[in-house]
Design a protein around this ligand. Structure first.
Ligand code: SF4
Ligand code: SF4
Length: 432
């Protein structure tokens, strides 16, 4: 599927602006792994960067306050998909005072490499491209495995989103610094920054920032959805194929999103935990924008900052148009993995219900993983998890292409996500 600029025109040339709201609602579950344990109570005064949620379990991450102010509640709230998640709500006192003890190392080239992974963990960094996998775990190489290449995913092939593009254009050095920190942390000598050929201004900015930096190269990819899928990127850049059921590390590669790289640089250079991110706000809003917002900022506040809805919203997507989870209201907060808020009008949301499969095979044609989405969906419909697994549902990269092209508007990707989650939960249960 060709994606040249799909839905990106509205915000592509809009520089990043900062927006800070009156309050934030920070969920204790924003990463893959057990939810963090809240360590503040109603009435507590907190400072920016203060830990408000402690890491739990091997994939756990700490969560930090993204503003200074007063905790007004610690209670369950419904998040995407309707799941209740403990959420800490904080009213802003607008002093923006950082917690004591914030101290950076100044330079990613001179820091002791053994300090880098713990810094990334303590900064609460996870994959900010939407995958939300804890970055320090990704950068911990298990016994018997090796890594020789780190790829920075600057493809941003997702429809509508321009947050990574603006980041690479406006703060290219941060991305290179993050890559270099990751390379030094695990002693890797090749770093590739991958950008699609519809973002040549970003390519130029990144090339300038990468000049003279050890082992760093910028590679231009043909614009093609879903080029940004890890396995597609690795194949296009290194020729290595990640086998079914395997991880990038099995072909000696790690892929990190561009925003995540910048967060690593912020943590290592300035000692800053992850408390903000760039989010593209677009679609049916009056002032489409790329906003730097604090984690936990409510969609409704962000949409007001973008001068409100331009049409009655039919659907709001948290993330990109193809893979982001949908919500039907704007009382959701920005999370660490949320690179966008895409408002689809009633007309664009294709609010029509699913209809039966007409066996047109379009979903098969577009699937980058060579799967049979219509067959897998049939297994999902009857709850046959084994059937879905036998038809390689675990290889689905959730790119959304099949749902996008389906003339029957069948919710294919959503069904695959559900069944994949069920399979992973079962696997975890069996390990315990
Ligand atoms: S099954 Fe659908 S969502 Fe999954 S990889 Fe194939 S096209 Fe993408
Ligand atoms: S694209 Fe939709 S209608 Fe066509 S075969 Fe796939 S599931 Fe069926």
């Amino acid at each position: 599927m060709h994606s040249s600029g799909e839905g990106k025109k509205q915000t592509r040339n809009v520089p990043i602006k900062t927006f800070v709201s009156d309050s934030v609602a920070i969920p204790m579950s924003m990463h893959i792994g057990a939810p963090s344990k809240p360590c503040v109570q109603k009435g507590d005064k907190v400072k920016r960067g203060q830990v408000i949620g402690e890491a739990v379990g091997p994939l756990g991450l700490p969560i930090h306050s993204s503003i200074s102010g007063e905790v007004v509640s610690v209670e369950e709230r419904l998040l995407f998909g309707g799941a209740p998640v403990v959420t800490v709500t904080i009213n802003n006192d607008f002093t923006d005072e950082w917690v004591e003890g914030i101290q950076g190392h100044g330079n990613v080239e001179t820091i002791d490499p053994s300090l880098i992974v713990p810094i990334i963990r303590d900064a609460g960094i996870c994959g900010m491209g939407g995958a939300t996998f804890p970055t320090h775990v990704k950068l911990t190489i298990p016994e018997g495995k090796t890594c020789d290449t780190i790829i920075i995913n600057g493809a941003e092939c997702e429809t509508y989103l321009t947050s990574d593009y603006r980041l690479m254009l406006e703060k290219p050095k941060r991305v290179v610094d993050g890559l270099r920190a990751a390379m030094r942390a695990i002693n890797v000598h090749r770093g590739i920054i991958a950008i699609e050929d519809n973002k040549m201004e970003a390519v130029q900015a990144m090339r300038e920032a990468a000049r003279g930096r050890d082992g760093v190269e910028v590679c231009v990819l043909r614009t093609k959805y879903p080029q940004g899928g890890e396995k597609q990127l690795i194949k296009a850049l290194t020729g290595r194929e990640v086998p079914s059921g395997k991880l990038p590390l099995d072909v000696h590669t790690i892929v990190i999103n561009a925003a995540t790289a910048a967060a690593i640089a912020d943590a290592v250079i300035d000692g800053l935990p992850l408390t903000e991110r760039i989010t593209t706000v677009t679609g049916a809003v009056n002032k489409p924008s790329n906003l730097q917002v604090r984690i936990g900022t409510m969609f409704e506040d962000i949409i007001s900052a973008c001068e409100g809805y331009s049409e009655e919203p039919g659907k709001i997507i948290a993330g990109g148009g193809m893979t982001g989870p949908c919500t039907y209201d704007d009382t959701m907060p920005v999370t660490k993995g949320g690179g966008g808020i895409v408002v689809l009008s009633m007309k664009d949301a294709k609010c029509a219900p699913e209809s039966p499969c007409i066996r047109c095979a379009r979903c098969v044609e577009v699937c980058p993983m060579g799967l049979d989405p219509f067959k897998i969906k049939n297994f999902c419909l009857v709850g046959d998890i084994k059937g879905a697994k036998d038809h390689y549902v675990m290889d689905c990269i959730m790119c959304g292409s099949c749902s996008y092209v389906c003339p029957a508007r069948r919710q294919l990707t959503a069904a695959f996500k559900e069944v994949k989650t069920a399979i992973m939960q079962e696997a975890r249960r069996q390990k315990q």
